[in-house]
Design a protein around this ligand. Sequence first.
Ligand code: NAD
Length: 493
Amino acid sequence: MNLRDALFINGRWVQPVLGGKLEVFNPADGKVFHTISAASAQDVDHAVRAARLAFDEGSWPRLSGKERARYLRRIAEVIRGRLSAIAETEVRDNGKPRPEAEWDIGDAAYCFEYYARMAEEFDDNRSESITLPDARFETKVMREPVGVVGAIIPWNYPLLMAAWKVAPALAAGCTVVLKPAEQTSLTALELAGIAEEVDLPPGVLNVVTGFGADAGQSLVDHPMVDKLAFTGSGAVGSKIMAAAAKDIKRVSLELGGKSPFLVFEDSDLDKAVEWVMFGIFWNQGQVCSATSRVLVHERIYQNFIDRLVVEAKKISIGDGLQAGTLLGPLVSELQHQRVTAAVEKAVADGATILTGGGRPEGLEAGYFFEPTILTDVPLTSSAWLDEIFGPVVCVRPFASEKEAISLANDTRFGLASAVMTEDTKRAERVAAALRTGTVWVNCSQPSFTEAPWGGYKQSGIGRELGRWGFENYLETKQVTAYVSGEPWGWYLK
Ligand code: NAD
């Protein structure tokens, strides 16, 4: 694939005004293989103005949903047609195993198809008449696009996170400035190339690559942006919310998690081990909903961890492009340092490493980290409380359902949780008690474009995906008409 390096603003590829550049590393060998542009505040200003003009004066928000859907379907078609090449770029940029990258790219295409359908349906339900108790008035409630969207995404699912925001925003009639993560911008640039290929009107989708503190912050602060849609860390999410308060921008936030996985004594152990493995080790554990705290009933605890350790040791680690790799490298050197430090700190706090704990033997280059299982992690340790965002799981026994629920909910996060049990009544009871936006029963991680995604507590605000994700990009307007021939009567009697 021809890798792009410019910014995509107003339908054209442009070099950054100040000439800023950003190196792209392959996490599997730590080597630079490409250079892209780093946007400054001036570039972001150009992009936002282009999006503003396309929204205020262009055709996009005025097209019917059916017309917009045609573009979205074309985007999906091109993504599908090039799935293998885009997945390969994603692997080189992010490090994840190729089959996982292929899932992501397929899911991104599906997301555009799904919101194309929603745009079509929108034509029939964008307005409704409501009945008022006073017959002298008639009210219509209309749904309208929110305006210019600033979308800021992380590096763990680069194209998929872009699709989760760009597809519903475009379907609703918004225009977008997308700022991908500095570690993984290549497939967002590819998406811009696809927008160009399908003749998306200029300014409707703009992609500015660059650093969070410059490009990201300028987008957040720009007064012409109506809505910010952010996925990333809690620290940056909190800054964005504070900055948005200045002009009362609309904000939706998808932040981190420390998701619990409750394994009850009646669970099928093979299945429990398989879902826990997937829950914490896929995408190298760099998943906001990764089930990083596993709570196991004391009666099966020893048996469970013995099996988990055996299975974790079998995981094949290597370059994501190598056939058979299950665990690729972490995304960056910084992330490798962070995960290493988190495990060292856990040990200093009293944790025991059952397997893993560092760089795998024989993989000296690149940012590889072993699947790691920790026990005896104190409840006050940062390893128990904070997101590690790597293949590191803390396992702990519990004695009763009440204790399991209490431990599970004892966190500032509320993104996801999982319950393993053969008892349907218990599954329902526990799912109702868990304070998280998603509860998985007898599984962990699968998410569907149709279902709402987002967190309770400090895991975020708002929901993405499904019709909830579409709502994020709509305003509600009432048009109320006085239809009586009589004077209003305030002073004319
Ligand atoms: P991050 O917050 O450092 O960066 C995310 C994005 O924000 C990047 O594009 C970055 O350039 C940008 N950014 C950084 N500083 C900024 C600023 N001051 N103003 C505007 N933009 C700024 O997070 P990360 O390390 O890239 O991603 C990992 C985090 O994302 C984890 O905490 C994870 O849980 C979270 N995440 C959440 C979900 C979810 O759906 N809830 C999904 C994926 C990742």
